[in-house]
Write a protein that binds this ligand. Structure first.
Ligand code: SF4
Length: 123
């Protein structure tokens, strides 16, 4: 009986954690400051570009390639607001670094920077 309870507790915890993963992704994609909220990509532009706030949501789009996101796109300009930057394709409005749209163009310099950061982290 006691073993059953601990197994049940483990399963509850495991499924509870899994259930929170998508929520964490959504929260990460939400703007943290009013400055961002006021200057975010608008709905009309987002629709025109097929913009999504989390790149994996575009996995069925014919132009989407795994690993592509606003953060390594040549139209993305990093800002002081972590996770957010301005996009020249979106009228210099803020987009999520984890986002993606059909106008994505790989910026090789940014990818190299990301790789260098990863290598430094792993030390
Ligand atoms: S053009 Fe690049 S930075 Fe702008 S929304 Fe599309 S993928 Fe993101």
């Amino acid at each position: 009986m006691k073993e059953n309870n601990s197994r049940r507790s483990f399963l509850k915890l495991a499924f509870g954690t899994l259930a929170l993963a998508p929520l964490a992704r959504v929260l990460a994609a939400m703007p943290k400051t009013q400055k961002i909220k006021d200057k975010m990509i608008n709905e009309k532009t987002a629709k025109k570009l097929n913009y999504v706030d989390v790149a994996s949501k575009a996995k069925d789009h014919k132009k989407y390639k795994k690993g592509s996101n606003c953060g390594n796109c040549k139209f993305y300009k990093e800002s002081k607001e972590k996770g957010w930057g301005k996009c020249s394709m979106a009228g210099n409005k803020y987009v999520a670094s984890e986002g993606w749209c059909k106008s994505y163009r790989l910026d090789k310099k940014k990818v190299k920077k990301e790789v260098k950061k990863e290598v430094k982290k792993k030390g």
